[in-house]
Design a protein around this ligand. Structure first.
Ligand code: 2AM
Length: 488
C-alpha cells in the first residue's frame, strides 16, 4: 500500500486482543491499518489476515506510516498494556495525528487515567474514547461486548464499525455509547468485578456439590450442562461444564481440573471495583468476598500448614461423610442458591454503577448496560435480559432485589439457599460469596436492624448523637450517668 490513506481505522498493539480485534474489524469489511512496536507482530497479524480469508488488513512499520495510512478524521484503537505503555503509544502516534482525529484506548485502564489523557488530547484538538472490550480472545475475534465512553463525536465517527464488530444478540449489537469521561473504562471495571463474583459463586457451588454431595467430575459436567439449559444459562456455566470433562493429558490419569494449583491470579480490576464501592459507600459484599477469596487462595503454603495444625488439634473434616445427603435435592438447592446469590451480586454491581453515574453526571443507562452484556462478554447470560427489563420497567429501581419479578424469585429460592449455606457452614466448607449474598439479602430486606445499638454505643463513647424512631431531631444522652443510676 502506498500511503493513499485507505484504511477506515487503525489499531496499534498487536498482542492477543489487538490481533483478534483487528482481524474481526477487517473481516466485517472495514479496511484497517495495524501497527505494533515490535514489528514481528505486524507480520504475524498480516499472515493471519491472509490465511483467514485475504482480509483487508494493512501492516505498517512506523508510527508515521501507520497514522498517515488512515483516512481522516482518523480513529485509532490502541490495545497495549494499561498504564505507561498507553502514554508512550499515544506520544508516538499523536505526533502525526491532526485535530479531529480520535484515540481509542481499548485496554483495561483505570478510568481516571483516561480522563487525564482526554484533557491532554483535547489540548491538541484530538478526541478520545476509553473503550472497555470484553470477551477474551474469542470475543475479540468473533464479537466482543464493547463499552466506549468519552467524546460523543468520536463515537459517532466509528459507531457503524463498532456495531458490526460487536457481538450480535436478539435486540441488537453489544455496544452502546456509555457516557462521558472515563465511563467506558469504569463500566468495564464493574463488569470485571461482577465476573469475579460469578466465578467465585460457581466455584462454591462446585465445592459444595463435590465435598458435601460427593459428586464426581462426570456428574458435575452433566449438572452444569443441565443448568446451562435453564435460568443459569451463561458462558461461565457452559465453560465450567466443559472444564469437568477434560482429562489430564500430562499424566493420562484423571481429570485436569484436579491437577490445577488452587491459587487464583488477577490483574486488578476486581480490586478497583471493591475500592470504588468503598469510596462510594456502596455495599458490594459478594464482590468483596470474591476478591478476598482470591487473596486467600494465594496463601497456599500457609493454608496447608494451617490444615495440619488444626488436624493435630483434633479438627475433623466433615466432608467425606456424604451418606446422609439427599443428592438430588442438594443439586436442586445449589442451583437455586447460585441463582439467588448471583442476583444479589448483580444488584451490588448495578448500584455501584448508579452511584458513580450520579457522582460524575454520566447518565448511565443501567438497562442498556445489561443489554450490551447479553453477548460477547464473559458474564454474558440469559438472565441479563431480565435485568434489562427490570430497569426498563423502572429506571429508578432502588435495588434489583425489589423489582417485582426478582423479588418473587428471591422468595421462591430463599429456603433452598439457606439450606445450602447452612449445610456448608455445618460442614466447614467455606462459601464466602453465597453467604455474603445471603447476608446482603437478609440485611436489605429487614425493616429494622440492630444499628440502633451501634448508634447508642457511638453516642455513649463519642457523643455522636442519634435520631429517634418516634420524633424528629438529634439527641444525646448521658448514658453512663443514667446507667449508673439504673444500677443502684
Ligand atoms: P510489544 O509487542 O512491542 O512488546 C501487550 O504487551 C502489548 O502492549 C504488545 O503489543 C506490546 O508491544 C505493547 N506494549 C507494551 N509496552 C509498550 C510500550 N511501552 N510502547 C508500545 N507498545 C507497548
Amino acid at each position: 500500500m502506498e500511503s493513499a490513506a485507505m484504511s477506515q481505522i487503525g489499531l496499534a498493539g498487536l498482542a492477543v486482543m489487538g490481533q483478534n480485534l483487528a482481524l474481526n474489524i477487517a473481516e466485517k469489511g472495514f479496511p484497517i491499518s495495524v501497527y505494533n512496536r515490535t514489528t514481528s507482530k505486524v507480520d504475524e497479524t498480516l499472515d493471519r489476515a491472509h490465511r483467514e480469508g485475504q482480509l483487508p488488513l494493512f501492516g505498517q512499520y512506523t508510527p508515521k506510516d501507520f497514522v498517515l495510512s488512515i483516512k481522516k478524521p482518523r480513529s485509532i484503537i490502541i490495545l497495549v498494556k494499561a498504564g505507561a505503555p498507553v502514554d508512550q503509544t499515544i506520544a508516538a502516534l499523536s505526533a502525526y495525528m491532526e485535530p479531529g482525529d480520535t484515540i481509542i484506548d481499548g485496554g483495561n485502564e483505570w478510568y481516571e487515567n483516561t480522563e487525564r489523557r482526554m484533557v491532554d488530547a483535547s489540548a491538541s484538538g484530538l478526541l478520545y474514547l476509553g473503550m472497555g472490550v470484553s470477551g477474551g480472545e474469542d470475543g475479540a475475534r468473533h464479537g466482543p461486548s464493547l463499552m466506549p465512553g468519552g467524546a460523543h463525536r468520536a463515537y459517532l465517527n466509528i459507531h457503524h464499525i463498532l456495531e458490526k464488530v460487536a457481538a450480535q444478540v436478539d435486540d441488537g449489537p453489544c455496544v452502546t455509547y456509555i457516557g462521558e469521561g472515563g465511563s467506558g473504562n469504569f463500566v468495564k471495571m464493574v463488569h470485571n468485578g461482577i465476573e469475579y463474583g460469578d466465578m467465585q459463586l460457581i466455584s462454591e457451588a462446585y465445592d459444595v456439590l463435590k465435598n458435601a454431595g460427593g459428586l464426581g467430575n462426570e456428574e458435575l459436567a452433566e449438572i452444569f450442562g443441565e443448568w446451562n439449559r435453564g435460568e443459569l444459562e451463561s458462558f461461565l456455566i457452559e465453560i465450567t461444564s466443559d472444564i469437568f470433562r477434560v482429562e489430564d493429558e500430562e499424566t493420562g490419569n484423571g481429570h485436569l481440573v484436579d491437577k490445577i494449583l488452587d491459587k487464583t491470579g488477577m490483574k486488578g480490576t476486581g480490586k478497583w471495583t471493591v475500592q470504588q464501592a468503598a469510596e462510594l459507600s456502596i455495599a458490594a459484599p459478594t464482590i468483596a468476598a470474591s476478591l478476598d477469596s482470591r487473596y486467600m487462595s494465594g496463601l497456599k503454603e500457609e493454608r496447608e500448614e494451617a490444615a495440619e495444625i488444626f488436624k493435630k488439634e483434633g479438627l475433623k473434616e466433615e466432608i467425606n461423610n456424604v451418606s446422609a445427603v439427599d443428592k438430588k435435592r442438594l443439586i436442586d438447592d445449589v442451583r437455586q442458591a447460585l441463582y439467588a446469590s448471583k442476583i444479589c451480586s448483580y444488584a451490588q454491581g448495578m448500584n455501584l454503577l448508579r452511584a458513580k453515574s450520579m457522582e460524575k453526571g454520566w447518565g448511565l443507562n443501567l438497562g442498556e448496560l445489561a443489554r450490551i452484556w447479553k453477548g460477547g462478554c464473559i458474564i454474558r447470560a440469559v438472565f441479563l435480559d431480565r435485568i434489562k427489563q427490570a430497569y426498563q420497567r423502572n429506571p429508578g429501581l432502588a435495588n434489583l432485589l425489589v423489582d417485582p419479578e426478582f423479588a418473587r424469585e428471591m422468595v421462591q429460592r430463599q429456603a433452598a439457599w439457606r439450606r445450602v449455606v447452612g449445610l456448608a457452614i455445618q460442614k466447614g466448607i467455606s462459601v464466602p460469596g453465597m453467604s455474603a449474598s445471603l447476608q446482603y439479602f437478609d440485611t436489605y430486606r429487614r425493616g429494622r436492624l440492630p444499628a440502633n445499638l451501634v448508634q447508642a454505643q457511638r453516642d455513649y463513647f463519642g457523643a455522636h448523637t442519634y435520631e429517634r424512631i418516634d420524633r424528629p431531631g438529634s439527641y444525646h444522652t448521658e448514658w453512663s450517668k443514667l446507667a449508673r443510676k439504673a444500677r443502684v
